[in-house]
Ligand binder design. Structure first.
Ligand code: HEM
Length: 323
């Protein structure tokens, strides 16, 4: 990006509604109309910077220049992320919490997750053979919820599965919404957090004993840098941070199905069983049907980049997908 001096600016009082309405396309549309990878706007009553592209992404992840604490809009915290989870941490605290997440991402554990996933899909497809119709998105969410819970060591009664799946999916389905859908998302998060907090208390009192390699066991026993156990509320947010994104993959399963419908020639190529091709196909689905429009951070201290001024405290959005 060349040194362009003054940052292009979207005029007007506030553009939060355009951002919610246009979603993924907001930053892309404006980048095109300004013919710039960076522009200034106003969101939630304050100056904000939107940017995209490789150089901007490198800048955005510079921990000396940006912080994530308090950057996510409250409505996203109340539905998608939960309070005081890994997404809002910086520096050493982030590193330490991230290590807790990475401790369950070993090759062995990921193989176990793959095996559980295969088993849960096989169980479901056997059931579908007798069904008149299958609503793939709804089924996929439930399969993935069962998979995620089994992997995370979280016990679920059969009678609770449907309700809990709905709570977990409402968190990501409502994240960008306003009005009743947003409130449904908040309500769902409250229910899911309460359920998870009780499980964590049980693990701590040893009234339930999940396997030691699981998220429920590890996060319940995780200690902060000060040596204290995670607060129960935070441990619950973090176990949910494992289960919720796995359930959200149902969205991609639908995108994959849509892609196979629109591009039927791909089916044969995938049926040939070449794993490398399958990986390429999946990455293309992720690129073509993006899921997460942008990530947010706050400018940590004043700095200049490519001739543009970034002032401390400015909300900055990075477009998170290729176009
Ligand atoms: C294809 C599916 C997925 C997509 C598109 C996706 C997307 C993202 C994005 C955009 C971020 C934010 C990165 C940032 O702050 O810069 C993120 C963070 C995160 N994701 Fe995912 N994710 C996916 C699957 C998953 C799964 C399956 C899990 C859990 C098993 C997961 C757990 C997390 C966690 C814990 C974080 C926070 C990491 C941190 O703050 O360091 N994600 N994800």
């Amino acid at each position: 990006m060349s040194n362009a001096g003054k940052m292009p600016k979207e005029e007007g009082i506030d553009h939060s509604v355009s951002l919610i309405r246009e979603g993924y396309l907001y930053i892309l549309n404006k980048r095109r109309s300004f013919n710039s990878d960076i522009f200034e706007t106003r969101l939630l009553g304050k100056k904000a910077i939107c940017m995209g592209g490789k150089e901007a992404a490198e800048l955005f992840y510079d921990v000396e220049k940006f912080k994530r604490k308090d950057a996510a809009p409250n409505r996203v915290v109340q539905t998608l992320f939960g309070k005081n989870g890994v997404q809002a941490l910086d520096g050493q605290e982030h590193q330490h919490r991230k290590e807790m997440f990475m401790s369950i991402m070993s090759h062995e554990e990921l193989t176990r997750l793959t095996d559980i996933t295969k088993k849960q899909w096989a169980l479901a497809t056997t059931k579908w053979e007798k069904a008149d119709q299958v609503i793939l998105y709804e089924e996929a969410k439930e399969i993935l919820f069962r998979t995620a819970c089994e992997w995370a060591g979280v016990p679920v009664q059969a009678s609770e599965t449907k309700n809990l799946t709905n709570y977990f999916s409402a968190m990501f389905e409502s994240a960008g919404a306003i009005g009743p859908t947003h409130w449904m998302g908040r309500n769902a998060r409250n229910h899911a957090e309460k359920w998870m907090q009780e499980l964590i208390e049980h693990v701590r009192q040893e009234t339930i004993t999940p396997p030691e390699n699981t998220a429920l066991y590890r996060f319940s026993g995780h200690r902060e840098l000060d040596g204290n156990l995670l607060e129960t509320e935070v441990a619950a947010v973090e176990v949910i941070n494992i289960i919720r994104p796995i359930v959200a993959i149902a969205v991609f399963i639908n995108f994959i199905t849509l892609a196979l419908h629109h591009y039927p020639e791909e089916r044969k190529k995938l049926q040939a069983g070449d794993e490398k091709y399958a990986e390429m196909f999946i990455q293309e689905v992720r690129r073509f049907y993006p899921f997460f429009p942008f990530v947010t951070a706050l400018v940590k201290k004043d700095f200049t980049w490519n001739g543009y001024q970034f002032e401390k405290g400015t909300l900055t959005l990075l477009k998170h997908w290729k176009n």
